[in-house]
Design a protein around this ligand. Structure first.
Ligand SMILES: [Zn+2]
Ligand SMILES: [Zn+2]
Length: 557
């Protein structure tokens, strides 16, 4: 029976280009998972959008001397373009700047207010006497009380990932001019997170399918005791507060951004011409998966579930397969210091599949992992080109030339050939189970080891020799490898959609890989192949030096 799978992917701030950390953290694993479930014939709704609000956008607008709206629009367009070119297959990628999102955010706000989960209170807020402005948390900087990092932000420590309140920081100062702020009292709305402590604890105890690091991070926050959090701020950029007397304040970005999962689902439903279509993904036995980086765990395993519990009637997350961090050439990624690989740059110079492969093969699922250009080159040249690409190209060109451009009849398979066909079936089963459990790295490894086995078989059978003396034996070998390729293009489609589609085409199939679904497909004898071309391009050694020189570190910018 077909399952319904909701996939929510972290909302990127529209304040700068996407980089490899984003891709490894959330977008690539989400896309692999979505493509896999679609192949399985399950109903998938994968949504996200650009986060247009919050201090990251206004800070960038001030730096660039432009308006927050212009910044948001520019990067939203860039994101959409990158998804298309990298093959991240959202059902909807919207933004928090839509009137639909404002409506849904207001609905959630007012429902929680009515039930007493949101209340008014006074709080102290930072004011910079030199800049003469209220300082949102991100405009504050200080020393993290948890890890001692000297440049923690007012809302979160970049180093250890702990969410913070400005008053907890030591040596607090204005991010713009470094003046210590003074604190003034102001009235705001608060989410009564403390009211959900017991209920969340009971719910999290049941989530044995979550990754260990997600569970342990969540318990760390729970054990410290959940504190109520302010959900409005003195700002003029963001979603208005639907209450009189709050005209000069806005809803705080973390509160409304998570509501984006729901508002995007409703927007998608409208675009399908059925306003209620979203419900099938949010109620009953549909399962929700949230793909995020580990710095976002708190908001997705505690805050958003608490908001959903308070709102009522909607599914809580089934899994939050957060990834850990990706380092670049052994160093922590830093966008402000230029230690990052930008997606638009990459896509200008290389094909999408080698990046998808290199990142998936070393995905930070259970611990931080590193991306280096040397490793990228090695994976492209030794694994994609020399293993998988070579297997496909050797057999396709050989068959095309020697068997009249069509799949030959194999006759009865011998034990060795049958063994390989069986191994392909077994691999399909194990990759299926691994993808279902979001174990992407291992799934890819097993698929690639089938390609290795295919190469061993091909070398050993040497159909280019037998063609002269035992044509039937040569045909049997070719047929067996073509069958394995038909399995590989399916297994690898979630990871390498572009080359899988090409292989599908060269093998003589019509339409798309996804039309055929997940399962063993036979290559019928007599099926016409299409003029084969290499699936991947070998890269020159000198890209390592060239690309590494683009990274810079000392100082800002
Ligand atoms: Zn200042
Ligand atoms: Zn810290």
């Amino acid at each position: 029976m077909s399952e319904r799978i909701f996939i929510g992917v972290a909302w990127p701030y529209a304040n700068g280009p996407l980089h490899l950390g984003h891709i490894a953290g959330a977008y690539l694993p989400a896309d692999i998972f979505a493509r896999y479930h679609r192949l399985k014939g399950n109903k998938v709704l994968m949504v996200s959008g650009s986060d247009q609000h919050g201090a990251p956008i206004t800070i960038r607008a001030e730096q660039e001397g432009t308006s927050p709206q212009e910044v948001a629009t520019k990067y939203h367009q860039q994101f959409t373009d990158c998804w298309k070119r990298l093959g991240i297959s959202f059902d909807l990628f919207t933004s928090t700047g839509t009137s639909n999102h404002t409506q849904v955010a207001h609905d959630v706000f007012l429902s929680l207010l009515e039930r007493g989960y949101i209340y008014r209170d006074k709080m102290l807020q930072a004011y910079c006497p030199k800049c003469q402005r209220v300082l949102p948390d991100r405009y504050l900087e200080g020393t993290c009380p948890n890890c001692g990092f000297a440049r923690a932000r007012g809302d979160e420590c970049d180093e250890c990932g702990r969410p913070l309140n400005p008053v907890e920081l030591k040596d607090l100062r204005c991010h713009i001019c470094s003046t210590p702020p003074r604190f003034e009292s102001s009235e705001h709305f608060f989410l009564r997170l403390s009211a959900f402590q017991e209920k969340l604890a009971a719910w999290i105890k049941e989530q044995s399918q979550w990754r260990h690091h997600v569970i342990s991070t969540t318990w760390k926050f729970l054990n410290e005791g959940l504190k109520d959090r302010a959900i409005t701020r003195d700002l003029d950029w963001g979603i208005v507060v639907p209450q009189a007397g709050f005209e000069r304040k806005r809803i705080y970005v973390w509160f409304e951004a998570v509501i984006g999962y729901l508002s995007a689902s409703k927007e998608w439903a409208k675009s399908q011409g059925d306003d209620s279509a979203w419900q099938a993904f949010w109620r009953g036995d549909a399962r929700s998966f949230y793909f995020i980086g580990k710095d976002n765990i708190f908001f997705h395993t505690l805050v958003w579930p608490a908001m959903l519990m308070g709102y009522g009637g909607l599914n809580l997350p089934y899994d939050v397969p957060a990834n850990e961090f990706l380092t670049i050439e052994g160093r922590k990624l830093s966008t402000s210091r230029g230690w990052a690989i930008w997606l638009p740059d990459y896509l200008e110079r290389y094909e999408p599949d080698p990046l998808r492969y290199a990142v998936a093969a070393n995905m930070p699922e259970t611990g931080d992992s590193d991306f280096s250009w040397h490793e990228f080159l090695r994976r492209n040249n030794n694994e994609l080109v020399a293993t998988y690409g070579n297997l496909a190209h050797r057999v396709l060109t050989f068959t095309y030339r020697n068997f009249d451009g069509a799949v030959p009849a194999a006759g009865e398979l011998d034990e060795r050939s049958l063994g390989l066909v069986n191994a392909a079936e077994t691999t399909m089963g194990s990759v299926d189970r691994l993808l279902y459990r979001c174990e992407f790295k291992e799934a890819l490894k097993q698929a690639m080891s089938l390609a290795q086995e295919g190469n061993r078989y091909l070398d050993e059978q040497a159909p280019w020799k037998t063609i002269k003396t035992e044509r039937q034996k040569s045909a049997r070998c070719v047929y067996t490898v073509l069958s394995v390729l038909a399995v590989l293009k399916t297994l690898l489609y979630p990871f390498l959609p572009f080359s899988s589609e090409r292989l599908h085409y060269f093998l003589g199939f019509d339409g798309s890989v996804k039309d055929r679904g997940w399962g063993i497909q036979t290559v019928p004898p007599g099926q016409r192949l299409r003029q084969p071309e290499p699936l991947f391009v070998k890269l020159d050694e000198d890209i390592v030096a060239k690309e590494s020189s683009r990274l810079h570190l000392p100082g800002e910018g």
